[in-house]
Design a protein around this ligand. Structure first.
Ligand code: CTP
Length: 398
């Protein structure tokens, strides 16, 4: 799988830089071309000569090296590879990437690239746990950066915990996965997920019990099949999917705007539990209790139906539009008429009555309703349901 591929390897300045030498060897053994870029700090841990000898090519390190610019400009360097791998990805490099800094060759290449980026973080456990690093990690994941590790264990600094760079063979596996040509390669799939929050005033809102876990599982499965995924999510409890572009929204109106902005897409999966109503005029101040005990009353307006809007687009409608139907009774009948009413291609129907434990739980029991049939899928984990759906999407789009 790796034979004939080209990886640009950015080596950061951390104690784990020595493992980058083994990583180069493992990649080359598999027929993968490696172009190394070293930060100045990396040169304190491994010598450019060792790196160059193992990679059997020149090492790039200086942004202002005129010879490099004549041979290969930093923009070209950032685009020539199939994948950029940062190993070790130090706290400093992650901070630079998350904030778009470009003060040296490594960070400039990372900012200029149009290729996918995989990072293998490596740092002291306190640096890893620091809110700044965790914030940067979230930002990078939202930008679609792939992450492998870090592992937990004894560290070179004498402490114990997460922060050790993933082992070279695990990084090779992650590279292999990132470069594999899944059936959805080149396809853009949009996924909505999570609940929406509709404000009543600055401190109160109307929401629902959706955890976002089914949406995350679907996005992960689609990424696994090679799709470019845009994940538009309300405030969800579930982890973010890995390798998707993440767009965070609060309200149904924001979600519609984000979905429209993310089009065109080859397919769209509407897994979000969008609030049907919003408070007509949310107060911009906290609503206070009335001194005489009068109760507040809320007036509602209907939210835009995002699934119906996209399903009925005259121009730019995705080839495949999939909705969900959360029902508590007459599941198949309600979901079938929902499919007709909204104009989507498929509806994934599920029974969200409290006794099923589905809303907020780890399993799902769905019926896929298409134009021709209602297929009952066996109750399974949300990951398995997501995988089955993603494979079905891949079979339909190809
Ligand atoms: N949906 C949407 N925008 C809305 C409401 C729902 O995009 N404003 C989408 C959901 O993401 C889901 C599908 O429509 O894919 C059905 O959602 P569901 O809550 O089951 O149906 P509703 O349209 O809300 O209808 P009802 O509440 O009457 O069952």
């Amino acid at each position: 799988m790796l034979a004939g591929k080209h990886v640009l390897l950015v080596i950061g300045g951390g104690i784990a830089a020595f493992k980058a030498l083994d990583l180069i060897r493992r990649l080359r053994e598999r027929g993968c071309q490696v172009t190394p870029v070293m930060t100045n700090a990396a040169g304190e841990f491994v010598t450019p000569l060792s790196v160059s000898a193992l990679a059997a090519t020149k090492v790039y390190s200086d942004l202002f090296d005129l010879t490099d610019e004549a041979e290969m400009g930093h923009i070209e360097l950032s685009r020539a590879a199939d994948l950029i791998v940062v190993a070790p990805a130090t706290a400093d490099l992650m901070a630079k990437m998350a904030n778009g800094l470009a003060g040296d060759l490594a960070s400039t290449v990372l900012l200029a690239t149009d290729k996918r980026v995989l990072i293998a973080p490596s740092m002291n456990v306190r640096m890893w746990d620091h809110p700044a690093t965790q914030r940067n990690l979230k930002t990078l994941q939202s930008d679609g950066v792939l992450v492998v590790g870090p592992d937990e264990g004894d560290m070179a600094c004498g402490e114990y915990g997460p922060g050790r760079m993933a082992e070279p063979l695990d990084i090779v596996a992650a590279i292999d996965h990132a470069l594999s040509d899944g059936p959805l390669k080149g396809k853009h799939v949009l996924v909505t997920s999570g609940p929406t929050h509709e404000p009543i005033d600055p401190v109160r809102y109307i929401a629902n019990r959706s955890s976002g876990s089914q949406g995350t599982a679907i996005a992960n499965a689609l990424v696994g099949l090679g799709a470019d995924v845009t994940f538009v999510t309300g405030p969800a409890d579930a982890d973010d999917p890995v390798g998707a572009k993440i767009v965070r929204v609060e309200t149904a109106a924001d979600m519609l705007d984000a979905v429209t902005a993310a089009l065109p897409a080859d397919a769209a999966v509407f897994a979000a539990a969008v609030a049907d109503w919003r408070v007509t005029s949310a107060s911009d101040r906290k609503i206070k209790k009335d001194a005489n005990g009068a109760l507040p009353s809320l007036e509602f307006a209907e939210n835009p139906d995002i699934l119906a809007t996209v399903s009925q687009m005259e121009k730019g409608r995705p080839e495949l539009v999939i909705g969900f139907a959360a029902e508590t009774n007459d599941v198949i009948a309600n979901a079938t008429s929902k499919r007709d009413r909204k104009g989507c291609d498929w509806i994934v129907a599920n029974d969200v009555s409290p006794e099923t434990g589905i809303m907020g739980g780890s399993e799902n029991d769905v019926t896929l309703i298409t134009a021709d049939a209602a297929e009952d899928w066996p109750r399974a984990g949300k990951d398995a349901v997501a995988q089955q759906l993603a494979e079905r999407i891949a079979a339909t789009l190809s």
